[in-house]
Design a protein around this ligand. Structure first.
Ligand code: SF4
Length: 156
């Protein structure tokens, strides 16, 4: 069993109210192999919502690495400049909780998202510039030992 980004199963969880439906996943979902999850909704964000990107160095792993008293190396902000880091952290933790509860083999996550991206994210400028790096949830799942897949690299 695998967690899957809910938007890949056609749930309209994306920031703009759309989805990233991937037909290829339907038969696996019907066979009970997939558990849909949207970390940003689990973090309490509404849909639709403003787009958000990670700003600073180190991507999602740096967002997670919060030492008391030290300057935060990376934060998540929305397009209006609001700091939405707490919601992204909550969503990541809840997703990890679900992954552990269900003892999944891994997660199939939408590439590029500030939560779900596992190979690339956007650079924080809101100029559609991709950089290597992970989203917050992907980084937390990886640190918990879960294998990560994406829409271009399925585990089946
Ligand atoms: Fe899809 Fe992940 Fe974004 Fe939710 S947070 S809409 S599951 S890419």
């Amino acid at each position: 069993m695998y967690l899957v980004s809910a938007c890949l199963l056609g749930m309209k969880t994306r920031f703009d109210g759309g989805s990233n439906f991937l037909q290829e996943l339907v038969s696996f979902a019907r066979n009970g192999l997939l558990i849909p999850v949207c970390p940003e909704q689990l973090g309490g964000l509404s849909t639709p919502r403003l787009p958000a990107e990670i700003q600073g160095q180190g991507g999602g792993a740096a967002v997670l690495n919060r030492s008391p008293g030290e300057k935060q190396l990376a934060v998540v902000v929305n397009k209006e400049g609001d700091n939405v880091t707490e919601a992204f952290l909550k969503g990541a933790r809840e997703t990890l909780r679900l992954a552990r509860l269900m003892q999944v083999k891994g997660a199939i996550l939408k590439q590029g998202s500030p939560s779900c991206g596992s190979l690339y994210i956007y650079d924080g400028s809101f100029q559609k510039r991709k950089i290597e790096g992970m989203g917050v949830t992907a980084a937390l799942l990886a640190s918990g030992g879960f294998a990560l897949f994406d829409e271009f690299n399925l585990p089946f």
